[in-house]
Design a protein. Structure first.
Length: 152
C-alpha cells in the first residue's frame, strides 16, 4: 500500500496508474455508491412527480449533492489531510451514487415528450445553474467556516 493520495483521473491505459485501483479503493467506491443510491432512491420515492411536472426530487438531489461535493473537496484538500479512501468513498461513491445527472437528462426528455417543453427547458437551465452555484457556495461556505474555526 502507498501513502500517496488516490488520483481521481487514473488513466487505465498507463500500467503505472492501474496500480492505484486496487480492491480497497474499489470496495470503498462500491460501498459509498450503494449508500448514495439508497439516499437518492429515498428522496425520489418521497417526492414523486409525473412526466410533465418539474422533477423536484432529482433537482434537489443534484443540487444538494453538488453543494456537498464543494464542501468535501475543500475539507479534504484545504482543511485537513484525509485518509486516502475518503475521497473514493465519499466523493466518487456516496456523492457519485447520490447525484444523478443521467436521470436529469431523462427527466428533460420525458417533460418534452409529455408536452411540457417549457418545464423541460426551465429544468434544464435551472439544474445547471443551481448545481454550479451549489458547488461554489459549498466551497465558499466551507472556507469561511474553516477560517473562523482556525482563528479561534
Amino acid at each position: 500500500m502507498t501513502d500517496r493520495p488516490i488520483d481521481p483521473d487514473v488513466d487505465l491505459h498507463v500500467p503505472a496508474q492501474r496500480a492505484e485501483l486496487h480492491w480497497p479503493v474499489l470496495a470503498a467506491i462500491a460501498a459509498g455508491g450503494a449508500l448514495g443510491a439508497l439516499a437518492r432512491y429515498g428522496l425520489q420515492t418521497a417526492l414523486p412527480t409525473g412526466p410533465a411536472d418539474f422533477p423536484w426530487a432529482t433537482f434537489l438531489v443534484n443540487v444538494s449533492g453538488c453543494l456537498l461535493i464543494g464542501v468535501l473537496m475543500v475539507v479534504i484538500t484545504e482543511v485537513r489531510q484525509a485518509h486516502r479512501l475518503v475521497r473514493p468513498f465519499l466523493g466518487v461513491g456516496v456523492l457519485g451514487g447520490y447525484t444523478t445527472f443521467s436521470t436529469y437528462v431523462v427527466d428533460v426528455q420525458r417533460a418534452v415528450a409529455a408536452g411540457a417543453p417549457l418545464t423541460g427547458l426551465v429544468y434544464l437551465a435551472a439544474t445547471m445553474l443551481a448545481a454550479v452555484a451549489a458547488v461554489v457556495a459549498g466551497m465558499w461556505l466551507t472556507r469561511r467556516v474553516a477560517a473562523r474555526a482556525g482563528a479561534r
